[in-house]
Unconditional design. Structure first.
Length: 526
């Protein structure tokens, strides 16, 4: 470990915990690297002009009559889940929010500085034992309520590494680092309190990656003497290849399965990436890619259909709107969009949904309370039109506007600036943005530039146009920044975005590309 030390780090980075991480690395890292190297087959099929299909080798899994185990008692009703980063204030507010579940996020809502990452583990250790508290600079004290949400943790994806932790000369998998520390310190404590070690798994692209997680879970349970199946994991279907392997992903996790989730924003990001080599695929403005668009409706319906056939939860996705203070008209419009989104989800058969702000918990809960009479809808039969490759892969038509280019440049720059400064969850123009929406923004800009797209008024979307939009947003940000350090961070973000948008090959993840430029900022809200 070569990261800076911080308060109580020695309580988390104990010799025993590090030995546990080392054992996971020795046993599973080579396999992780091999699976990452194998990614790309789906995209290559599209590039060759062929229509991807469901894997022929797993037909028996899709046609089989198996189910996953029933959920534990505290995961039976998941009608509203709140998500957010792992700083102390957020953890307390989320657990107290009235949501049924809180997903503590080391991934898209987290800027993975060493200090924030290890401090997040300290915070979760305290939260599991109900010892967490926080006093804000204005003197307000935060404590846990008597009744709190069930805690789930989202580690970083298989593609990311923790540069401050190494074994055998290699950086540790960030997935194994985040999962391993939380599980090692908290699994037995959670079970003693009548709950369990529950996780969300991000960015999976193939059922063999789910199999790897399952093997990690089995090995970890055995190493700590935890009952097999104590770990439960919900997988975010947020990559296009994974949408073709929903049955297989549930099956591979077997006794550890806790359902699937429509990770809609990363799904859009993945969709654009998979079609990167097709010059005819030019997605319209992000604002037009709503869940009632045909290909996203098909994805949502297939997830509900698959999960319920297997006895698993089918979770809905995130509405990005947040409450707007000081403007009742705009706030009413934002809330109306949230209500409409949650009505669509519950009527489609989803068993729960996500929000990013505590103020939206009662609004989403009211919709699910009204429309969903039981704890979930797993056993309620629903009929959907047939959903196959053609429905899942129908690239939607629509215009690209000057405002769409501007908004993408603005979101990408403001988010990446905040992320480099240690903040991974950022309100921008009354929407809660995380890494997923920033990824959509910069990927769309790359796609439009490299495939010669034009605005609806006929102007070409070229490097000069994108440069001008980034420069305009950078100048605005520089004028509003309070310190020279903030201005320097914004300049770094703008330079990184220029690089990834103008490079001939599309960069897979901006968070991985920008990781070497990430400093070690203190935990937000600490």
């Amino acid at each position: 470990m070569d990261g800076p030390s911080g308060p109580r780090f020695t309580e988390i980075l104990t010799p025993e915990a590090l030995d546990f991480l080392g054992s996971l690395h020795a046993r599973f890292d080579a396999r992780r690297r091999s699976l990452l190297a194998a990614r790309g087959a789906f995209r290559e099929t599209i590039a060759a002009g062929r229509l991807p299909d469901f894997p022929p080798e797993t037909r028996s899994v899709r046609e089989g009559s198996w189910t996953v185990p029933p959920p534990p008692a505290d995961l039976e009703d998941r009608r509203v889940e709140i998500t957010g980063p792992v700083d102390r204030k957020m953890i307390i507010n989320a657990l107290n929010s009235g949501a049924r579940v809180y997903m503590a996020d080391f991934e898209d809502a987290h800027s993975p500085t060493w200090t924030a990452t290890v401090t997040g583990q300290v915070n979760l250790w305290d939260a599991v034992r109900r010892r967490i508290s926080y006093e804000s600079p204005d003197g307000r004290a935060y404590r846990l309520a008597d009744r709190t949400a069930t805690l789930l943790v989202r580690p970083r994806g298989w593609h990311l590494e923790e540069r401050h932790a190494r074994a055998d000369g290699l950086a540790l998998s960030a997935s194994l680092f985040d999962f391993g520390l939380y599980f090692f310190h908290n699994a037995r404590e959670l079970l003693s309190r009548g709950t369990g070690p529950y996780f969300y798994l991000p960015k999976i692209e193939h059922y063999l990656e789910a199999r790897l997680w399952n093997d990690v879970f089995r090995a970890s349970e055995a190493a700590l003497g935890v009952p097999r199946g104590a770990i439960r994991a919900t997988v975010l279907i947020e990559t296009l290849p994974a949408a073709f392997q929903m049955d297989e992903i549930l099956y591979e996790l077997r006794e550890h399965s806790a359902g699937l989730n429509c990770g809609r924003w990363d799904y859009l990001f993945s969709f654009i990436k998979q079609f990167r080599d097709d010059p005819t695929s030019r997605f319209p403005d992000r604002a037009r890619l709503t869940m009632d668009t045909g290909f996203l409706t098909a994805y949502s319906h297939l997830l509900v259909q698959t999960c319920h056939r297997r006895g698993a939860h089918a979770m809905g996705g995130m509405a990005a709107q947040i409450p707007i203070k000081g403007d009742p008209v705009a706030n009413a419009e934002a809330i109306a969009k949230v209500v409409a989104d949650k009505e669509r989800e519950v009527r489609a058969g989803h068993d729960g949904t996500w929000v990013a702000h505590p103020g939206l918990v009662p609004i989403a809960a009211a919709v699910f309370d009204r429309e969903m009479r039981g704890p979930n809808q797993i056993h309620i039969p629903r009929s959907f039109p047939p959903i196959g490759p053609a429905e899942l892969l129908a690239v939607p038509p629509g215009p690209i506007t000057a405002d769409g280019v501007h908004r993408n440049a603005r979101v990408a720059l403001l988010y990446l600036t905040a992320w480099l400064g240690g903040n991974g969850c950022v309100p921008i123009d009354h929407l809660m943005e995380d890494a997923a929406t920033a990824e959509i923004a910069r990927t769309q800009l790359w796609q439009w530039v490299h495939h010669g797209a034009r605005l609806e008024d006929g102007r070409p979307i070229d490097v000069a146009l994108v440069h001008a939009e980034l420069a305009r947003e950078l100048e605005r940000h520089r004028a509003e920044a309070e310190t020279e350090a903030e201005r320097a961070t914004a300049e770094t973000a703008a330079a990184l975005l220029e690089e990834v948008i103008t490079r001939p090959a599309l960069e897979e993840f901006i968070t991985r590309y920008a990781y070497p430029s990430l400093g070690d900022a203190p935990e937000s809200g600490a």
